[in-house]
Design a protein around this ligand. Structure first.
Ligand SMILES: NC(=O)c1ccc[n+]([C@@H]2O[C@H](COP(=O)([O-])OP(=O)(O)OC[C@H]3O[C@@H](n4cnc5c(N)ncnc54)[C@H](O)[C@@H]3O)[C@@H](O)[C@H]2O)c1
Length: 335
């Protein structure tokens, strides 16, 4: 079967393309390269000894999409393409809604015209909102989101629910990611943020490799065991494999949501210690003021994904650190 992977030249997308090719799927990647790299796909080809088809194009471009669906016999779509920087979404809400919501509508229309009704969507733990009790469970309703990025994910979940109501053969899996980190064990592909990284792990890796002086830890006075924020970090290859598992559940019509996380929260200070002990590299850091909008802690209850998809996170925190460092130290400037 051929899978269309939108955003497949990005961080999670490129790792998922490896898992798909390894599992025997054919892959067509559609990416406009606004935050991805064609080089990542060349490296995917060296890892798997198979090349995905790459189309440089935009999910908002209906002509490009209808051409793509007429040329390739797509069985299902894994939809990663989107804008993902929370802070930027506050400054550029229209861009975020246009790409994340508008782009998904354009994609769904093209899928529908081509008779393709299966989608795995990249959602996020952020849809649980600001007040949800942790661990987050799929039975909890979506909550109040605090920025346009989070709202766009919640809106797309809602529109996919409406789409599956209207189209009886439609089948959608919403994967709610927690905090993906790490890199493929080859060290050939990994996270390569443009500009200043927004997230802890790529920032720490850039400090370790000498691209940045020190790590700012936002807030040391949270109501958590060591005062720093706690998150549910999972290895990006575990996350990638979750998409392969999700594809097999698309035989069933309707919409289903699954948390993809480990279920174990880790604090910022624990992350620093784990990185230092696995790599031998010291991370200079400074505790600074809290960052607006950060929740003290949240993590997944991942049991539904184990029951429904047969998926659970297999790689531990040490592997996440070792693999991040292999990628970053072999590619100090990224791709
Ligand atoms: N990384 C995380 O922590 C995280 C957490 C939860 C959800 N997600 C979601 O997972 C998805 C993938 O995230 P990622 O970390 O790999 O991000 P990424 O930015 O590395 O990948 C997204 C890819 O989509 C492409 N893209 C963006 N707009 C496009 C458009 N209009 N048309 C075609 N391609 C376009 C980019 O060039 C990029 O290659 C995103 O939807 C993101 O919101 C990510």
């Amino acid at each position: 079967m051929t899978i269309l992977v939108t955003g497949g030249a990005g961080y999670i997308g490129s790792h998922t393309v490896v898992s798909l090719l390894d599992a025997g799927f054919d892959v067509v990647v559609l990416d406009n390269l606004c935050n991805g790299s064609a080089e990542s796909l060349s490296r995917v080809a060296s890892i798997t000894a198979k090349a995905p088809v790459f189309i440089e194009g935009d999910i908002r471009d209906s002509v490009c999409l209808s051409d793509l669906f007429s040329r390739y016999d797509i069985g299902a779509v894994i939809h990663f393409a989107g804008l993902k920087a929370v802070g930027e979404s506050v400054l550029k809400p229209l861009d975020y809604y246009e790409t994340n919501v508008g782009g998904t509508i354009t994609l769904l229309k093209a899928m529908q015209s081509a008779g393709v009704h299966k989608m795995v969507f990249s959602s996020s733990a952020t849809v649980y909102g600001l007040e949800a009790p942790t661990p987050y469970e799929e039975t909890q309703p979506r909550g109040t989101t605090s920025n346009p990025y989070g709202s766009s994910k919640a809106m797309v979940e809602r529109l996919l629910e409406d789409w599956t109501q209207a189209v009886p053969e439609a089948s959608v899996v919403l994967l709610r990611y927690f905090n993906p980190i790490g890199a493929h064990e080859s060290g050939l592909i990994g996270e390569d943020p443009q500009g200043i990284p927004n997230n802890l792990m790529p920032f720490m890796a850039q400090v370790a490799v000498g691209r940045r002086d020190k790590l700012s830890v936002f807030g040391g006075d949270y109501p958590t065991p060591d005062g720093t924020c706690r998150r549910d970090y999972l290895h990006v290859m575990d996350l990638a494999e979750g998409h392969v598992s999700a594809l097999s559940s698309l035989e069933q019509p309707g919409v289903r949501a699954f948390n993809l996380g480990t279920g174990a929260p880790v604090s910022v200070l624990e992350m620093i210690r784990a990185f230092e002990s696995q790599t031998g590299v010291q991370i200079p850091f400074e505790i600074v003021a809290r960052r607006a909008g950060d929740l003290p802690e949240f993590w997944a209850n991942p049991e539904k994904a184990q029951r429904g998809l047969g998926w659970f996170a297999k790689r531990d925190l040490d592997a996440m650190m070792v693999d991040t460092w292999r990628w970053q130290s072999n590619n100090p400037e990224g791709y």
